[in-house]
Design a protein around this ligand. Structure first.
Ligand code: SF4
Length: 390
């Protein structure tokens, strides 16, 4: 495949910028026919994603004749992962994995570790095989890693506000267990309240563990023994307001243990800057009460899901879609909190003025967001926007 043209501002091939999105973002709002379009200042690709994609490009140039693999999805976006495959990069794990790929690996292969990082076991395996490793782990992901290591060194159990099975949280959990510590993952306020109920002595260990996601705790974790000294961190892409509330609730539930049992509670904010900026900008935008809010990103993207939850908190109809093909007479979106894909009828009023707010997750190319904007205009019977009309 011929690589796409370089984007003039950055000069690397894996950029997905859109002049239309740049202009809409700068303007904040624009009227087109009966539609008023809103877009926040901060959205889309974060620095960590840009950096990871630039590192992939550099690796391709440095090792033009060697087989190149991705350990798993480079980021949680279907378009970008499809582009990786078109560039001849194959996958070792995940739904696009080449069968038997792991066994085939030799010291001639180049393996790219995604921005979310990898488990210690995976890194050890690559080292044993002698592969050339290109580690694109985002420096923001190192922050929870470092803090978790500190908790283990100081004898604290690491409580992670995150998603069991998410690549970043898997890497953090693996680090904790390899350093000889224990972890417990809580996904939301409901699971936090269950943990708080245990900490207050109102339920037993079995009831606590039955209410958490399978795999939420480290092997050998015993609630009765491992929850006197706990330290909280967050997966970098969680909903910041929820993380703060989880910290408050845990602190309150820990107070009797801290005063009477020599327990301790530490809380360290590891939400990344891009996630925080995108959530803050989205929050300001949905305060204008748009008629509908479209959040564009891969269905497995944690930060995209949490941007939609910012809309929920403002009581705005918020739909997490993954691109323009999600939009038609019916809209296909990811339901919260179930994660199921559902179809919604009559999502776009057929006539009269409509305000539509847009944003995109940190792994969503601006080009995909631009296609979503144009699709909405088409479905509303408005004239498509030229890149330079805004
Ligand atoms: S969302 Fe945050 S942690 Fe993830 S790649 Fe981007 S900057 Fe890094």
């Amino acid at each position: 495949m011929t690589p796409p043209e370089s984007y003039p501002e950055t000069g690397h091939r894996y950029t997905y910028r859109s002049a239309l999105v740049d202009r809409l973002r700068a303007a904040g709002q624009v009227r087109v026919g009966r539609l008023r379009l809103l877009m926040p200042q901060s959205l889309g690709f974060c620095w960590g994603v840009d950096r990871a994609l630039a590192m992939v490009q550099d690796a391709r140039q440095r090792f033009p004749d060697r087989r190149m693999w991705l350990l798993n999805s480079i980021i949680h976006n279907p378009k970008v992962n499809a582009d990786m495959r078109e560039f001849g990069i194959r996958f070792l794990k995940g739904k696009h994995a080449a069968p038997g790929a792991l066994e085939e690996l030799t010291d001639k292969d180049v393996v790219i570790v995604p921005a979310f990082s990898a488990m210690i076991e995976e890194m050890q395996f690559l080292k044993e095989r002698g592969c050339e490793v290109v580690d694109t782990t985002c420096p923001w992901v190192i922050k929870p890693h470092k803090r978790a290591e500190k908790y283990v060194r100081e004898g604290y159990t690491t409580i992670i506000h995150g998603t069991v099975g998410h690549d970043e949280t898997r890497s953090t959990c693996s680090l904790v267990t390899h350093r000889g510590g224990h972890f417990l993952v809580v996904h939301d306020l409901g699971e936090t309240d269950l943990l708080c109920t245990f900490l207050r002595g109102k339920i037993d260990s079995a009831e606590l563990m039955a209410g958490l996601h399978p795999g939420a705790a480290s092997e050998g974790f015993r609630p009765a023994d491992h929850l006197d000294r706990i330290g909280l961190i967050n997966q970098t892409t969680m909903l910041a307001s929820e993380s703060r509330e989880i910290g408050n609730r845990l602190k309150s539930a820990m107070e009797p243990r801290m005063s009477e049992l020599g327990g301790d509670f530490l809380d360290f904010d590891t939400i990344c800057r891009a996630t925080q900026d995108n959530q803050d900008a989205t929050s300001a935008m949905v305060a204008e009460s748009p008629d509908l809010f479209l959040v564009v990103g891969g269905f497995d993207s944690s930060n995209t899901n949490n941007l939609a939850r910012v809309g929920d908190a403002a009581f705005v109809p918020a739909y997490h879609i993954d691109g323009p093909t999600s939009l038609g007479d019916v809209l296909t979106c990811r339901e919260r909190p179930s994660g199921r894909l559902i179809q919604v009828k009559d999502w776009l009023p057929k006539d009269g003025p409509v305000t539509v707010a847009f944003t995109a997750g940190a792994s969503t190319p601006d080009t995909v967001l631009a296609d979503v904007v144009q699709r909405v205009l088409q479905l509303a019977g408005a004239t498509p926007l030229d890149d330079f009309m805004v």
